[in-house]
Design a protein around this ligand. Sequence first.
Ligand code: IPM
Ligand code: MN
Length: 357
Amino acid sequence: MSNCYTIGVIRGDGIGAEIVDEAIKVLDAVASSENLSFNYKDYLMGGVAIDETGVPLPAETVDGVKLCDAILFGAIGGPKWDSVERHLRPESGLLALRKEMGTFANLRPAIVYDELVNASTLKPEILKGVDIMVVRELTGGIYFGQPREQHADRAFNTMIYTREEVLRIAKVGFEIAMKRDKRLCSVDKANVLEVSQFWRDIVEEVAKDYPEVALSHMYVDNAAMQLIREPKQFDVILTGNIFGDILSDAASMLSGSIGLLPSASTGEGVGLYEPIHGSAPDIAGQGIANPIATIASAAMMLRYSLGETKAADKIDNAIKKALSEGYRTGDIGAFDAKEVCATEEMGSIIANYASQV
Ligand code: IPM
Ligand code: MN
């Protein structure tokens, strides 16, 4: 008997469709060898949804994905929708989806593949062996805090965290640290912000339940610097919504390209899996985008939402094999490529390795 899963697929805008197609190709490749079956259901979100329905997150999408086992998402946004009202922007659709799904825990692994230590702008000895998990709070903080207003002479947002919100993300952070190297660095701005002192106090409280985890605290400005200076000092980074957004982009460049980093957003309901990069409108439609971040997101989906660890491992190993065999997309290809691959070729190479038992 095969395990059958329904996957909500949101391709979105820009390179979204191209990269999601490759992730599906790879999922189908492991499905046949692992005796799984996937039933894909397409939903609209972002600019395409605005164009077709007038809103970035149609009700059918919310209702539909709630019934799925997991959601695979590409990217949204683009210059075409930059001037629409904030609540109708493509990004508002994604934020509303995260909120609707209760996906408060965003896991963003930043791994440096050995094969790519030369792809980064940083020195290889700084990078070799880097393996960081950024645990970003995703449904609170300044992204969602009320009040928020923009007037002609002033504008403001509110950075707010409740006790419950900090407790639950801190627990996720410590649980993940327990499964890794048991080092957790909580990043905040407690020297300036009340909300950060509050965050720090609660993290200290949760730490009492995890005596094996070595807890440290760091201010976000210093953390940004330390990530570049000596990234191996980090195992798990636990942080709030906006700091996690910024630090995960910085961490992505350790790996060589933002086109490599996947993410998992989990919490109360259906998990959402997406690359951390955006819709790259400048290269959309050219077939040159790196699909690895999305393929690795599909592997995270298998691991975290579907419990299909073996299939997830196969995909992760297939990505490593493609890189160790010298296949590169343009973003990581300049320095040592055997061949610079198009999006589709990279997808097919990984799918082929993933299907081998
Ligand atoms: C990300 C993105 C989003 C965010 C945008 C598109 C709303 O930058 O997933 O990191 O800020 O969370
Ligand atoms: Mn971001």
